[in-house]
Design a binder for this molecule. Structure first.
Ligand code: SF4
Length: 343
């Protein structure tokens, strides 16, 4: 289990006030009435740092914005506001050559191993293409490098001549990992890496990623809804809700003493975690607010059992709570060792 955050002084990626909207199609009646197109607020001023060599878990319910954040981190989506910096440089301002370097150094592994590999290419061609596009090796060394990559992800050497359909889901995800590693990245963004796989295979792939992270000193952003896997693999965890960061915490601190009511509700409701630590009362009751119409105050106020007047009118800022934990909640003492909660 990873408890500490390595190399805490150097954020390799910084996310500052990032906002991302998606416009939806208007109905005919809305258009005739001249109403603006409805807008989904996918990310609402998200701020966080990712440190070199750490594994940062990103969790939250479906629709909380975690996959949108992953896509923004690898420049698959443009931002509507805010900035993402890689080694201090705004990634939206990179020159073409710098952008190619960024695209090589920050790699995404996609959720669906079935659709992310070209079915007409052998594994050798898939890996060879990744090596050639970024000119990672002279032509004469490519087959040797492919053999190294297969060994790295624990696939047999004869896999090189086979096509993706000849592999199981877990093996295909290993091919996806090998393709990402071919370009020697610094950062891997893994969006629901194993959610399409059988439970029996998930742990093998996650353990492989954990070993590779340590062996190759990778920075990993692990986006997942399975809290058990996130706990196993992450140094720190970001908890998101309705496009906003609710808590950032070292992994063990989050799972033993969450500092935000939503984090606690998420853990209480997770069947995969230790049943002994679950409370009988699930805190997050009620409707998830619409991402089309965000509440003015705390986004969790409509479901929070601790909500009070201030929560409905003022959005809480993400503030330090000690022990490396940060929470966006007006109850600054929530979850603290001292049971007296101050407001
Ligand atoms: Fe609950 Fe208020 Fe804290 Fe939001 S700010 S989590 S509503 S107590």
């Amino acid at each position: 289990m990873n408890a500490a955050r390595p190399n805490a002084a150097i954020p390799i990626l910084s996310v500052e006030g990032v906002v991302k909207h998606f416009l939806l199609p208007s109905s005919l009646i809305s258009r005739l009435a001249g109403q603006p197109r409805p807008m989904v607020h996918a990310l609402n001023t998200v701020t966080l740092d990712v440190y070199r060599g750490e594994t940062l878990g990103v969790v939250g319910e479906s629709g909380c914005g975690k996959s949108t954040l992953a896509r923004c981190l690898v420049r698959l989506s443009d931002l509507d506001a805010g900035v993402i910096r890689f080694e201090g440089r705004d990634i939206a301002q990179l020159k073409p050559a710098e952008r190619r370097g960024f695209n090589r150094r920050v790699q995404m592994i996609f959720q669906d191993p079935y659709s992310s590999l070209n079915p007409r290419m052998t594994v050798s061609q898939i890996l060879g293409e990744a090596l050639s596009v970024h000119r990672m090796r002279p032509k004469a060394e490519i087959s040797g490098r492919i053999a190294e990559l297969l060994e790295l992800v624990r696939l047999p050497q004869d896999a090189a001549a086979r096509y993706p359909h000849e592999f199981s889901g877990g093996q295909r995800q290993r091919i996806g990992i090998a393709r990402a590693l071919a370009v020697e990245p610094d950062v891997i963004v893994a969006d629901e890496l194993v959610s399409a796989l059988d439970v029996s295979v998930q742990a093998q792939v996650v353990n492989l990623l954990l070993q590779l992270q340590e062996q190759l000193h990778l920075t990993v952003i692990f986006v997942a809804h399975d809290l058990r896997l996130v706990r196993h693999i992450s140094h720190r965890v970001v908890v998101m809700y309705l496009g906003q960061v609710m808590e950032i915490s070292p992994s063990e601190a989050l799972f033993t003493a969450p500092r935000h009511p939503y984090s606690k509700a998420l853990l209480d409701a997770a069947p995969e975690l230790d049943p002994a630590r679950r409370s009988s009362a699930i805190a997050a009751r009620g409707e998830l607010p619409s991402p089309l119409n965000l509440p003015v105050g705390c986004p969790f106020a409509s479901r929070c059992p601790h909500a009070f007047d201030r929560c409905h009118g003022e959005r809480p800022a993400l503030t330090p709570r000690g022990n490396g934990q940060y929470a966006a909640c007006h109850l600054t003492g929530f979850g603290a060792p001292d049971p007296t909660i101050q407001s």
